[in-house]
Design a protein around this ligand. Structure first.
Ligand code: PEP
Length: 261
């Protein structure tokens, strides 16, 4: 782990848990965090849109030390965009973070690099923290083009951002072949990509951004990924749906930052 940056762990619940189930998971996380406080790690939960209100209210009323994220947002401020949600609507719900360009949005809902870039601008203009997701498909890695692919995704989204906006950006590197497949990238692959991303970010004047790994992270592989992968934290899908496994991943980051491992 890069010990200079405070770790960040985000649970992406995807399209799982209705608002009653979401409340239940929020409560369970609250109990675990009370029993074993997290000292050094920023913890963020990204529930579905319709759960945001219930999860933010339980987090506030029970003083659970987590921030709330949205999984996606529309780049426009308002208007005729049936079925979409704006940044100001999310801000009103006390949403502090927004995931942008998750590979499932890019692959299944035709989110282009241009839309990712516009969304990033709209989120940071509103002063909300942005988690830019990047990652390559298996064929791209097999062709040894993964570094160029990630550099292009980063440049397309980040080039020309002003300084205030750049301070609100974190990066999640999520190889598509590792998401939801159980096929985690090795610590060596993660560490090499972390170094590559940090050098691209430095060229884009974004060197302060935290860089997370995502892709089949679980309670068993998190400790070695933290120790050897040189990550600033994780974006967790499946394993964030169970309070114990999510908190165990958070604890791996916390212990490592604290030098306990
Ligand atoms: C994700 O959805 O961002 C993700 C990394 O999912 P999983 O942990 O289930 O692979």
């Amino acid at each position: 782990m890069n010990h200079h940056k405070r770790p960040l762990v985000i649970g992406n619940w995807k399209m799982n848990l209705d608002y009653v189930e979401a409340l239940h998971l929020g409560q369970q996380l609250g109990v675990l965090m009370k029993n074993k406080p997290v000292e050094h790690t920023d913890v963020v939960l990204a529930p579905p849109f319709v759960d945001l209100r219930s999860v933010t209210s339980i987090v506030e009323s029970e003083r659970i030390p987590v921030d709330i994220a949205a999984q996606h947002v529309n780049a426009h401020d308002n208007g005729a965009h049936t079925g979409e949600i704006s940044v100001s609507m999310l801000k009103r719900l006390n949403v502090k973070w927004i995931l942008i360009g998750h590979s499932e949005r890019r692959a299944m809902y035709a989110m282009s690099d241009d839309v990712v870039s516009a969304t990033l601008r709209s989120v940071t203009r509103a002063g909300v923290q942005a988690v830019l997701c990047v990652g390559e498909a298996a064929e791209v890695r097999e062709a040894h083009e993964h570094e160029a692919h990630i550099a292009a995704q980063l440049a397309s989204a980040l080039e020309g951002l002003d300084e205030k906006a750049r301070e609100l950006v974190s990066i999640a590197y999520e190889p598509i072949w590792a998401i939801g497949t159980g096929q985690t990238a090795t610590s060596e692959e993660v560490s090499a990509m972390m170094a590559h991303i940090r050098s691209v970010l430095a060229h884009l004047s974004c060197g302060g951004a935290r860089v997370l790994y995502g892709g089949s992270v679980n309670a068993d592989n998190a400790p070695s990924l933290v120790l050897e992968g040189n990550v600033d934290g994780f974006l967790v899908g499946g394993a964030s749906l169970k309070a114990e496994s999510f908190m165990s991943i958070v604890q791996s980051c916390d212990d490592c930052y604290d030098g306990k491992r």
